[in-house]
Ligand binder design. Structure first.
Ligand code: KIV
Length: 278
């Protein structure tokens, strides 16, 4: 467990020293605090919050205000991990100016250290402008969930020659633009190996195999809290929904039987006062 602040330089140092980077998503103060205390290198306030926290079908309805609200909470709960805020759908597509302004809001109001954008050549001018404004950027290629309607569903990307080459070219373009890391989501393991070897910045995989320089998972998935759908790449390290259900059933049961609250959970009053009020 590290107790030093993880920064952009730590990402690059980790790549050089072949030290794998750990990243998890978080969306609230308490969870961020637990992850930070456990020593995770980086916390991503992902727009996946639209699905796992707000119950939307995908990430497209998430707004800048949603992101800022959750980024603020996560930042308050984090001491050492680097906090990255996702730029939501349409917050970096309309114009360069709007992209810089929105990235700036995540830094100024959300108090995050860096922002993440989905895409490559299609958004490269905006990425360059955000970095020029001194805001660190992490890229995101492969299955970029904000493009779900273009992809026709949540599907593995880069399986044919043309798509695989496009992802490699986009990764090199993003690196040249100055991003400090790239998330590779749902691409074949051997493609992410090629990309990881070509880049001097780290790759962070999610469903991209073991050759990436780091890994990220949605915390609700790895803790067994989101039951709607579990992708093949998720490893469940706990089954919190089962534990919570058990705890809630116990609570209901004890209320019904009158076992809760017990003496140790109640407050007393002086007999003299009691006599006066009865
Ligand atoms: O929104 C998110 O949580 C993400 C991760 C899946 C990488 O982008």
């Amino acid at each position: 467990m590290s107790n030093k602040k993880f920064t952009v330089s730590s990402f690059l140092k980790a790549k050089k020293e072949n030290d794998k980077i750990s990243m998890l998503t978080a969306y609230d103060y308490s969870t961020a605090k637990v992850l930070d205390d456990a020593g995770v290198d980086s916390i991503l306030v992902g727009d996946s919050l639209g699905m796992v926290m707000l119950g939307y079908e995908n990430t497209l309805q998430v707004t800048m205000d949603d992101m800022i609200h959750h980024c603020k909470a996560v930042s308050r709960g984090t001491k050492n991990a680097m906090v990255i805020g996702d730029m939501p759908f349409l917050s970096y597509h309309v114009s360069v100016e709007e992209s810089v302004r929105n990235a700036g809001r995540l830094i100024q109001e959300g108090n995050v250290h860096a922002v993440k954008l989905e895409g490559g050549s299609n958004i490269i001018d905006n990425v360059r402008a955000i970095i020029k404004a001194q805001i660190p950027v992490i890229g995101h290629l492969g299955l970029t969930p904000q493009s779900v309607n273009m992809f026709g569903g949540f599907k593995v990307q880069g399986k044919n020659e043309q798509k695989a080459k496009q992802i490699i070219e986009d990764a090199l373009l993003l690196q040249e633009a100055g991003v400090f890391a790239i998330v590779l989501e749902c691409v074949p393991e051997k493609l992410s190996k090629i990309i990881t070897e070509k880049l001097t910045i780290p790759t962070i995989g999610i469903g991209a195999g073991k050759y990436c320089d780091g890994q990220v998972l949605v915390v609700q998935d790895m803790l067994g809290m989101y039951k709607n759908f579990t992708p093949k790449f998720v490893k469940q390290y706990a089954n919190l929904s089962e534990s919570i259900e058990g705890a809630v059933k116990g609570y209901i049961d004890e209320i019904k039987k009158g076992d809760f609250p017990a003496k140790e959970h109640t407050f007393s009053i002086n007999d003299e006062v009691l006599n006066k009020i009865q």
